[in-house]
Design a protein around this ligand. Sequence first.
Ligand code: B12
Length: 236
Amino acid sequence: MIKEEIFDRLSLSIVKADMETAKEAAQEVIQGKVDPIEAIDKGLSKGMDIMGERFSKMEAFLPELIMAAQTFDMVMEILEPEIAAQKRKVIKAGTILIGTVKGDVHSIGKNIVTTVLKTGGLDVHDLGVDVSPLAFVEAAQKNRADIIALSSLMTTTMPGQREVIEVLEEMGLRNRYRVIIGGGPVNQQWAEQIGADGYGETAAEAVLLARKLLTEGKNNPEPHPEHLRKNIGPTL
Ligand code: B12
């Protein structure tokens, strides 16, 4: 089977939450020596986008989203060992802390980014979902992180990314960490607006971005005083 057909099967199996077809298509990815990351991007994620669109048009409802997400997670369990097999040696002593911001429980994209960063040879600590700004900063201190990676899937939780940067600024720690952001509604413009050090659209971009920032060393950029919003305290 050509890989585009496998991607279409994966996408459709997410839309239909068809575990059997999803499992078969995942096996085809492995047997056909198709790049699992490409299968995630062009197959599984495409199916999720369709579900998101249906949800916003009220053609699909929460239980269907949940079932689609469960199907996605099941396929990831099959693909993850394959992805891990590509794992490179840790390329540089650099630690990345990742999590989904406060109020947001979307984990699929963040998990993929985590897996791909690890596969790219980076040391990654996953804080999970619904992580408060203070929890990010405390964990960054504790783990001596170099990069804080923030995922947000909703327009309503995007401000949580800015709040992490604000807390770092208010604690005088902004220079110590690079902050990268991603997630469906996020873009480069938002990254610039909140003074983040980078934005990645996909998990593959997250790796390139993290490597670039780590290679640049720990001479972190100047803080972004224009983004200090002292009058608005962060919600912790
Ligand atoms: C699956 C899903 C769910 C699942 C999540 C399951 C799980 N374990 O994650 C469930 C059913 C739980 C859910 C719940 C809700 N959801 Co929802 N959900 C989705 C859906 C359909 C897909 C998200 C997804 O997993 N995509 C696939 C992954 C692979 O893509 P991704 O997350 O974007 O990640 C990629 C990139 O963005 C990037 N990336 C991600 N993070 C990061 C971080 C960094 C640092 C970098 C560099 C890159 C990066 O790399 C990833 C891989 O390439 C989206 C629609 C959509 N198209 O996004 C709606 C969507 C996000 N949900 C939405 C809503 C409204 C909700 C609910 C409020 C619904 C409700 N009424 O309860 C709740 C929110 C609960 C909460 N407090 O968080 C809305 C958000 C609208 C908005 N305000 O912006 C969306 C957009 C649907 C819609 N069109 O209306 N949801």
